[in-house]
Each structure stands twice: as C-alpha cells, then as structure tokens.
Design a protein around this ligand. Structure first.
Ligand SMILES: NC(=O)c1ccc[n+]([C@@H]2O[C@H](COP(=O)([O-])OP(=O)(O)OC[C@H]3O[C@@H](n4cnc5c(N)ncnc54)[C@H](OP(=O)(O)O)[C@@H]3O)[C@@H](O)[C@H]2O)c1
Length: 369
C-alpha cells in the first residue's frame, strides 16, 4: 500500500494519477476532511484535470482515505490506527507542504512538524521491515539565495547560505530530517523548480505563478533583463517523474532536480513565444532595481486593493524570477528518457487561457454514480 500526502493538491493530483495508472497498487491518502464525501470532493478538485468522473470512480476503489492532519501528533490518528497503518504501508510518497512563502508559522507547522510526523510513520513501517521507499517531494528553493548559477543536485544544500523565505528554509531542513530519521530506508528527494501548466493542454488548476507572469507580461515595460533564464517545468513531466522515480526499484541517485536545467528559456524566448498574443513583452532591464522597491510598496497597500494583491504575489516570486539560476536536470532527464517540454512551446496557450478565465478553473461538480 502506498501512503501518499498532498493528493488533494495540484502536483499531488498529477503524481497520484500517474501512480494509479501505472500500477495496480492500493493507496492510503492523507486528507483533511471530516467525511468520505468531503474527501472525495477535495480529491476531485484537481483530479478532474486528469480523469473523467467515470475514471475517478473506477480508481476510487483502490483509494482509502486517512482522515488526518500533518499538524497533529501521529497525523491525528489514535495509537491503534497509527499502528495498523504502519503495518500496511509499503512505501510513502510525501508531497504535502505549505507553499506560503510569507508565513513562518504555516511553513513550520506543515513542512517541519508535518514532515516529522510522516517520517515517524516511515520509521514505524521501516521498523516492521516493510518500507521499500520514502519519496519526499522537495523544491529547488532549498538551494537558498543564488545568482547566475547552474546548481547541481549534490551542491544545492549549503548550510552557510541564506534562504529567500521560510518555505525554502523549512523544506531544506525537512530533507535533512528525513535523511537523519530514515538512514536505512531507500529515499528519493525530488526537487521541482517553478511548475507551470501542462504541455498537453492550456488548462490548469494552479494559478499563483501563472498569474504573476501574466501580470508582469501585461505591464507596458517589463523590468527584466531579457537574457535572464527562467527555470520552469511542465506539471505533466513533473508528475510522471514523481511517480516513476517513486516506483523505480533501484534509482541511480538519491536526489533529482525536476527542472528545465541548462535548457531553461531566457525571458526573451518567452517574449518571442507570446508575440501575437495579448501579452506582448517589452523589456526595460534598467527598471529592475526600482521595480523590487515598487513591488514591496504595492504589497504594503491596504488589503482588498488590486495593486496590493499583485504586489503580494510578485513580492514572493520576484527573487525567483530575477536570480537567473537554473537547476541541472541530467539525472531526471536520463531516468525519464526525455527532458521536460520547453516552456515557450506551450506558454502562449496557457497564458491566454488563464487570463481569459480570470485565473479560475471551470470546475465540474463530481457526478456520483
Ligand atoms: N507547484 C510548484 O510550483 C512547486 C514547485 C516546487 C516544489 N513544489 C512542491 O510540490 C509539493 C506540492 O505542491 P503543490 O503545488 O501541489 O501544492 P498545493 O496545490 O498547495 O497542495 C498542497 C497539498 O498539501 C496538503 N496539505 C497542506 N497542509 C496540510 C496539512 N496540515 N495536513 C494535510 N495535508 C496538508 C494540501 O491539502 P488540502 O487540499 O487539504 O489543502 C494539498 O493536498 C510541495 O511539497 C511543494 O513544496 C511545488
């Protein structure tokens, strides 16, 4: 049985769809829901990108919900259910996290206390001799503050380096914690870069980063050096990588960047791809230093103000947009037999769809059989 966290989230839905379709395994999904019906609704929220309602109900028979919370001791399970679960689980795929870059508290509780609880479950399963794999979905943000670099997997964590935000800091320590607590377990750490959209269709259910890019692209002048590299990957490639590396009997490495790497597009490649759309990009690199100050100022405006919302979004992502740093992806590319899709190949469709939909997905209510 595969125990999976974050299945109700964006990337978790991609990984779960791949895991379900590639195996006949059964799954235990940690879900924050009071009832089975609520858990099903939450799972359907993102999984409707991948499955029809019919497929959902077909796969549902292999999925069991573990009603719990990463913030609670033993994930909110009583001692008996915890022990039962530890006896059934044969691998763990930990995807859940708080991506709230502004909240120390959310990152501490979800990414540290939550990962500790999942690692303790892993420890209990391993002590019963049952745990074949612990996969931890991390982030390239563990590499901390960087500038104009190509970062290799084994050089990403540098404890002397500062982090951009509590998200990067807590995900970095979470990797360390899992390594320390499960030294005898086959571990895989997967670090996606900026995940945006699906290379196969324009629809997406996650909008934060998409919106930041579209807001930037709608400015009369974009305060970016056109030569800045932007490490962006397609969710379909990342989801497949998580599933395949989780299932791989003997992965060649312990750490993988799920990133665009040295082939990451430059800002001007994205501008070229958007030519002819409503999102023409004109660069003004000399405005860049002042723009950081402007974004911080917009973020301080009263809540509810449209400029505040844009400032808040851009403020958290701005360092990751201008740092011109990419993450070597040879390991994952070799494991999958192909690189991620180039972002310029699909960004025009994604951005046009997202702006026309005002950054909302046309959710279909779950039809019950
Ligand atoms: N998206 C990206 O661009 C990106 C890039 C690099 C790395 N990553 C990593 O990929 C992973 C997934 O990210 P995502 O984009 O899919 O995020 P997401 O859509 O926000 O999903 C987060 C998931 O974590 C679950 N979760 C949060 N707090 C929880 C708690 N207290 N108890 C139980 N579950 C909880 C959420 O459950 P609810 O449905 O109950 O909220 C949801 O299923 C994270 O580890 C993230 O660090 C993402």
């Amino acid at each position: 049985m595969i125990f999976l966290t974050g299945g109700t989230g964006f990337l978790g839905s991609y990984a779960l769809a791949q895991l379900v379709e590639r195996t006949d395994a059964s799954f235990a999904l940690l879900v924050r829901a009071r009832s089975t019906a609520e858990a099903e609704e939450r799972l359907w929220h993102h999984s409707q990108l991948h499955w029809t309602a019919e497929e959902f109900w077909r796969y549902r028979s292999r999925i069991r919900f573990v009603h719990g919370d990463l913030h609670a001791d033993r994930l909110g399970l009583d001692a008996e259910r915890w022990s039962e679960l530890a006896g059934e689980v044969t691998s763990i795929c930990h995807i859940a996290a708080s991506l709230n870059r502004k909240s120390e508290k959310a990152c501490l509780n979800t990414n540290l206390r939550g990962t500790l609880a999942v690692a303790l479950l892993g420890r209990a399963a391993a002590d019963r001799g049952r745990l074949a794999r612990f996969t931890h979905v991390s982030t390239v943000a563990v590499a901390g503050q960087r500038s104009h670099e190509v970062v290799e997997e084994d050089a990403a964590i540098d404890w002397e380096r500062s982090d951009y935000d509590p998200y990067g800091r807590t995900k970095k320590f979470a990797e360390h914690m899992v390594t320390q607590m499960l030294p005898d377990v086959s571990r895989v750490f997967l670090r996606p870069s900026i995940v945006m959209g699906d290379s196969r269709f324009p629809q997406t259910t996650q909008f934060d980063m998409v919106r930041s890019f579209c807001e930037l692209a709608q400015l009369p002048l974009v305060p970016l050096d056109p030569e800045t590299r932007l490490d962006i990957v397609n969710a379909d490639w990342v989801g497949e990588a998580i599933a395949r590396l989780h299932l791989e009997k003997k992965p060649a490495f312990e750490r993988y960047h799920l990133a665009a790497g040295e082939n990451a597009p430059r800002a001007r490649d994205i501008a070229d791809a958007l030519r002819g759309t409503s999102l023409g990009l004109r660069f003004a690199p000399r405005l860049a230093p002042g723009f950081g100050v402007l974004v911080r100022g917009m973020n301080r405006l009263p809540r509810g103000n449209a400029a505040q919302a844009i400032g808040a979004l851009l403020k958290v992502f701005w360092p990751y947009i201008v740092y011109d740093t990419v993450f070597a992806n040879h390991r994952a590319t070799e494991a999958l037999g192909r690189p991620p899709a180039p972002f310029p190949a699909y960004c025009a469709g994604l951005f046009e769809w997202a702006t026309s939909r005002r950054y909302t997905y046309p959710h279909i209510p779950l039809a019950r059989p």
